[in-house]
Design a protein around this ligand. Structure first.
Ligand SMILES: Cc1cc2nc3c(=O)[nH]c(=O)nc-3n(C[C@H](O)[C@H](O)[C@H](O)COP(=O)(O)OP(=O)(O)OC[C@H]3O[C@@H](n4cnc5c(N)ncnc54)[C@H](O)[C@@H]3O)c2cc1C
Length: 380
């Protein structure tokens, strides 16, 4: 398998790097764009990226995108994370774009995919208080009525619901013997009557929400794909979802590594740069090795996905999510340790990189769940 990037892809990476240096390269710029790091998404920056045609990277040309590959999308996620671009709304948007492309009607594709290419944020709600790792246990109901459905119940940890145009809600439409049957994906606009969006305070700032549904009406046309086939539709999107999270964390790990490498070369103690101590050199050598392995793995799974977008890759998708997010966590925590007290201080970016990486082994399926899936593919 050839992991070399094309000239066009190298130019794309260079363009994103230049953009991030120019628009969010300093602490002052990032503070301004994020209201002092309280928000993780800047519509100002996002709008500029939409104008450059970057947000539609995976969207077909007929819906306003550039019809690129998953590898292109991974390069975009990696490079914007590395450049600390505050576009936290994009990951869920890309997950929703994939589901819409696979299962949407023509009208839904035109509206949702066209909106995404133009700068909208989209959210997806699966998790509930009693259905976290066990997504199949979800119970938020959509009851069929004349002309559509009525939603009742609760969702938790719905990222970006507060800034999205729509939320794709995975609901229970039929209760039977098999918990994985009888789920349906239904769109609701963010300002719909009968849905309350309540923020959840986290160590990452304002990013995720509770959703409460009370007799919330959705028309029949709001169903994405087929009624009762939500589980199968979720499974079809796993390669993309896990890759996107991996690529995002690859960029975070790379940034932490870049920052700490620079720091140990400059910081002097005992009359010499701390990077001259072998105890630190070996740890940086390990991090650099991990990082290259994480990059190869991300490109490997992206390439496999591009070869056949309909092929399910449960083992490889779980491996890349598990490995890259654990590398990111290790890299940022080591970065903090190697920078001493300054790594812990908000004056530097490292503590924010630690916070971003810690949650990545939890959302999108925890590391334990990824290991369960990999073990299952090994016949265990
Ligand atoms: C910041 C953030 C953003 C999120 N965004 C979204 C979103 O946009 N949309 C959405 O639907 N969800 C979202 N989530 C939810 C996320 O996917 C869940 O938190 C995650 O799947 C874990 O579920 P849980 O928190 O209920 O933990 P639990 O499932 O209760 O797990 C608790 C612990 O038990 C372990 N565990 C559970 N079952 C097993 C098992 N069978 N074997 C071994 N270990 C097990 C877990 O690995 C974990 O360590 C988000 C979460 C966070 C924190």
């Amino acid at each position: 398998m050839d992991f070399a990037l094309s000239d066009e892809q190298n130019d794309f990476v260079d363009a994103i790097r230049d953009f991030c240096d120019r628009e969010c390269g300093t602490q002052d710029q990032r503070e301004r764009l994020t209201d002092g790091y309280r928000e993780h998404h800047s519509f100002d920056l996002y709008g500029q990226m939409a104008e450059l045609g970057w947000l539609g990277v995976t969207i077909p040309e007929e819906y306003g995108g550039s019809g690129g590959s998953m590898l292109d999308a991974c390069l975009f996620m990696e490079e914007t994370s590395r450049g600390l671009a505050p576009i936290g709304g994009y990951a869920t948007t890309l997950i929703v774009a994939g589901a819409t492309q696979r299962f949407g009607s023509e009208e839904q594709k035109a509206e949702i995919l066209g909106g995404i290419a133009g700068g909208s944020v989209e959210a997806i709600a699966m998790t509930e208080p009693e259905a976290g790792s066990d997504v199949g246990a979800l119970s938020c109901s959509a009851t069929a009525v004349d002309g559509g459905f009525v939603l009742n119940g609760q969702k938790v940890f719905c990222s970006n619901a507060h800034i999205s145009d729509h939320i794709l809600v995975v609901c229970r439409t039929t209760r039977g013997e098999n918990k994985h049957e009888g789920m349906t994906m239904i769109w609701v606009p963010r300002d719909v009557d009968g849905m309350e969006v309540v923020p959840i305070e986290t160590m990452g700032g304002r990013e995720t929400n509770h959703l409460y549904f009370t007799d919330c009406a959705a028309p029949a046309e709001a169903v994405l794909g087929e009624v009762d086939q939500g589980w199968m539709q979720l499974m079809a999107g796993l390669n993309v979802e896990r890759l996107i999270l991996a690529a995002t964390m690859l960029g975070i790990a790379q940034r932490a590594f870049d920052d700490v490498l620079l720091y140990v070369k400059e910081r002097r103690q005992f009359g010499r740069p701390i990077g001259s101590f072998q105890a630190l050199q070996h740890r940086l050598a390990d991090l650099a090795t991990d990082l290259e392995a994480a990059r190869l793995m991300t490109r490997w799974v992206a390439t496999l996905t591009d070869e056949d977008p309909d092929r399910m890759l449960p083992q490889q998708a779980s491996m890349v999510k598990l490995f890259v997010t654990e590398v990111a966590k290790r890299t940022t925590l080591e970065g903090m340790q190697l920078m001493g007290g300054y790594g812990y201080s908000s004056e530097y970016d490292m503590e924010r990189l630690v916070r971003a990486s810690l949650v990545s082994t939890i959302y999108g399926g925890t590391s334990e769940i990824q290991r369960n899936i990999i073990a299952k593919t090994l016949g265990l």
